[in-house]
Design a binder for this molecule. Structure first.
Ligand SMILES: *[C@@H]1O[C@H](CO)[C@@H](O)[C@H](O)[C@H]1NC(C)=O
Ligand SMILES: *[C@@H]1O[C@H](CO)[C@@H](O)[C@H](O)[C@H]1NC(C)=O
Length: 271
């Protein structure tokens, strides 16, 4: 997920990287931060009267932009191939950690949606398209490009879905769209009663699907237990061990059921 605020507390001896922007024409003074653990240690040292000397050596660099691509795969619809249900996550990650959570989780439940449907030998009426966005962390670069290239067909985009806020224990679906569409989505979510994930929240959230939602396309995002999300976010703590396979399976079930049913309904969601 793109940085929302600049102040998080992380406890893995790795600070949240934060973010730094400059107004034009001001001296670009570097910024740095220390970990919670080091701050607490310095506090203890200071309390016992030790004089603290910090040697600061910074190696951060900003490199020029380079070429990158969105990654797209799809199951072409059997009856309305030109109409699209889009599932997505972003493939890039922040420089520290592995990006397993942000946003490897969203990427892989979206991948699973297509993979499970294929394994089940199903083919929905309309096209189910996976987009793994590039450059989300840099400001939604891939999403903007995709929107510009495809907006001419906006009337054929049924729903845009993005998971970019964790794939922990799922709790429901965030949805943006008309009241009529919301009623349909609520009914679809009752199919997930067996795993007790039936709630529909308002609105949907996702940097990469925002252009479409702004222009009236229904949107959905995954709701899950984000209590620990900002423990790991944009820190060295964002590694594979953060991901729980059982919870991810439940997230993938939500994502697959919602995307498949919407892609296989006779009509597109009302706007
Ligand atoms: C828009 O839809 C038409 C008709 O399905 C298709 O031929 C065309 O390639 C689409 N444009 C883009 C940019 O995908
Ligand atoms: C089902 O989920 C709700 C909240 O979404 C929770 O309050 C309830 O305890 C859950 N029930 C079971 C059987 O897990």
């Amino acid at each position: 997920a793109k940085l929302l605020t600049l102040c998080f507390v992380v406890f893995f001896n790795s600070p949240h990287t934060g973010g730094q922007n400059y107004q034009p024409d001001v001296p670009q003074i570097p910024t740095a931060c220390i970990t919670v653990e080091d701050a607490e240690m310095m506090s203890r040292m200071s309390l016992r009267g030790t004089r603290i000397v910090v040697h600061l050596r910074m190696g951060a660099k900003t490199y020029p932009d380079s070429l990158s691509f969105n990654t797209v795969a799809e199951i072409v619809g059997s009856k309305y191939p030109e109409q699209v249900v889009l599932v997505s996550g972003h493939l890039d990650s922040w420089d520290v950690g592995q990006g397993a959570m942000d946003d490897g989780g969203g990427v892989f439940i979206s991948w699973e949606a297509l993979s499970l449907i294929k394994d089940l030998g199903l083919r929905p009426k309309r096209t189910l398209r996976l987009v793994l966005w590039t450059g989300e962390e840099q400001g939604g670069v891939g999403a903007k490009q995709y929107y510009q290239l495809h907006k001419e067909n906006i009337s054929n985009f049924d729903i845009v879905m993005e998971s970019d806020a964790g794939t922990f224990q799922p709790s429901g679906l965030g949805f943006s769209g008309s009241a009529e569409a919301r009623d349909i989505v609520k009914e679809i979510m009752t199919l997930l009663q067996p795993i007790n994930v039936t709630d529909v929240f308002d609105p949907a959230d996702g940097t990469d699907i925002a252009y479409w939602m702004r222009d009236g396309v229904p949107g959905a995002s995954l709701h899950n237990d984000i209590n620990k999300y900002f423990w790991f976010h944009h820190s060295q703590g964002d590694t594979m061990t953060v991901q729980d396979p059982n919870q991810m399976n439940l997230c993938a079930a939500v994502w697959t059921v919602v995307s498949y049913v919407i892609a296989d309904m006779e009509d597109m969601l009302p706007r």
